[in-house]
Design a protein around this ligand. Structure first.
Ligand SMILES: [Zn+2]
Length: 93
């Protein structure tokens, strides 16, 4: 399940990694040396960590989709349809 994909309106690719279902991975992240612990796919845990990390992206002039944090919040609240399932067209938000 993904919450944002690289597109014209998104500079981040954010999804739930199979290897760590409680985490949210920011894959292809260029903030690796600032906020990724050296990893280009840092795994974040919880809404606040994701929000803080996305704030850093915004400070770096990256596009973060407006609905991303809402989707992540719903995901952690137990909404299994919060993100984009594989093969489903992405929502416009
Ligand atoms: Zn990132």
């Amino acid at each position: 399940m993904s919450f944002a994909r690289f597109s014209a309106t998104s500079d981040v690719y954010v999804y739930q990694p199979v290897s760590d279902p409680t985490g949210i991975e920011c894959c292809g992240c260029h903030l690796a040396m600032i906020d990724g612990g050296g990893s280009t796919c840092p795994v974040l845990h919880g809404v606040e960590e994701v929000a803080r990390h996305m704030w850093l992206h915004e400070q770096a002039s990256d596009l973060v989709p407006a609905g991303l944090l809402d989707r992540v919040e719903r995901h952690y609240a137990g909404d299994e349809d919060a993100g984009f399932g594989d093969g489903r067209p992405s929502a416009s938000t």
